[in-house]
Design a protein around this ligand. Sequence first.
Ligand SMILES: C[S@@+](CC[C@H](N)C(=O)[O-])C[C@H]1O[C@@H](n2cnc3c(N)ncnc32)[C@H](O)[C@@H]1O
Length: 512
Amino acid sequence: MVCSQPWMEMVLSPPDNRVTCCCDYHGDGATLLDASQDLRHIAELWNAPEARLVRRLQSEARPDAHGCAGCPRFQDSLRVSELSVFDEYALDAITESQRHNLALAKQDYAEKREYARARPVKYKLFFGWGCNITCRTCNQVPFRNQMKTKLAPKAYEAMRDQLADAVVVECLGGEPFALPTGLEFMRDFAADQDMAHVRLMITTNATLLHKHIGWLMDKERITFNVSIDSVGEGYESIRVGGSWQVVEANLRTIQGLVRGERPNWRLNVNAVMTLTGIRHLPAYARFMAETGISSRFEPLKIIRGIEETVYQEDVLEHPYLLDTLPDWQTRMAEAIDILTQAGMQQDANTLTRYFTQLRGANVPAASGTEPRVLASVAGPDVLRMVIGQVGGGVVLDGSAFNAATINDGAVIGINFFGTLPADGRVLLRLSWEKARLSRRHLACHAVLVPQPDFFLSDWREGGDDLTLVKDVEATVIGDPMAPRRLLLSLMAAKVGYVALLPDRIEVMSRAA
Ligand SMILES: C[S@@+](CC[C@H](N)C(=O)[O-])C[C@H]1O[C@@H](n2cnc3c(N)ncnc32)[C@H](O)[C@@H]1O
């Protein structure tokens, strides 16, 4: 399949000083700013060598050779719909010049032109990682204090003529309403009546919307993509620092405007599929049914820094989590029923797909067997289990290291020579004395990276007033009697903080 992104979309990312055709692209991008930190011209960027390379590799059907590798858009099921992606943009009431550019882009794509004649149909402007809340699941949090460059003031003025025949300009972050350059750009765009035909799309957490409705009303076409993940308590447990009361009021306000004074506004919410989300799914569905707001459910993506949240929330990847929610099936079925009754069939269908997937997964029963200790190390001996360091500049200082980057860490290794427990499962119990933990001193993240001999089969956090405990259970892949090595990474929790190795590591088994 040839993906349409390289002929359609331009992603401008000032914090990385990078321009690509897709926010998931992980190959080289062109630089957004020139050597004197001025914005490069969009026409130059759109046909820069990096952009042309993606078009060429896509045309030659060699996506795996570069930064598109692993992208779900290459699944066969998407093959037929790719050309029609362009037609979706024509559903907006677009002008003659927008229509002409869209048709040309579609033709460039159909002909697989390396040098695009059309300009981008969509721009995505990413203003930075900064945000006013700290979502537990957010794949940006680990990068927050890294920002190479930002857009200069008056960026909108510099770009506006080049944006004029696009159909949509999306603004996101971080939180675009909390980032000064994002806010300035959006305000200038909204106030510019000569650009009324270009839709502003805002991907936002909606926590600050009530402060900006006044100037937003100047813009006739806006799409609000609001990420909420859950409602009520569920919302506040995932979106730490956000208030559901505020967000709910803002969603109702926007939906009221969509149905009244602003018929060309659109409002969609999105949620990542989590254990917490499933716990609150009936309430979520009731809110959507009552307000008529449509929602999208997305799988969680894992990156360095949020693995422990993923181990505790990603039901799709780790169905073992569902054993703590015995009525999960009832909750999902109820939510699907509420959405169906409300005529929100598409939203119900997405949830049904996840429901079917989870029902087919192997959800183990909660294990009541107390594990027994096979081996244990404590204090300075913990260091003797470390077989290597990862990241640059890690200083192992007795029982801790300073995390200069999010990729800093230590790896422990345990060898088994036909000595694995009979059930092929090993439980590593890591303990930290809470007296050692502080705002600057954080327990390492316990990460089981994909490896040949074991997969992660359970991960729990617990303990008591004195001790923090992380239980990591690994299950052997293949013959348990063959020699096996289990690797566990003890990784930086946050950049610039001290990462504490555990005070004790116990190797345990639940097998009889
Ligand atoms: C990081 S947010 C930034 C924009 C804005 N502040 C917001 O909350 O929507 C952009 C989108 O990324 C999604 N996202 C963040 N972390 C994710 C993860 N680990 N997996 C999947 N989607 C994630 C969010 O749900 C949101 O829809």
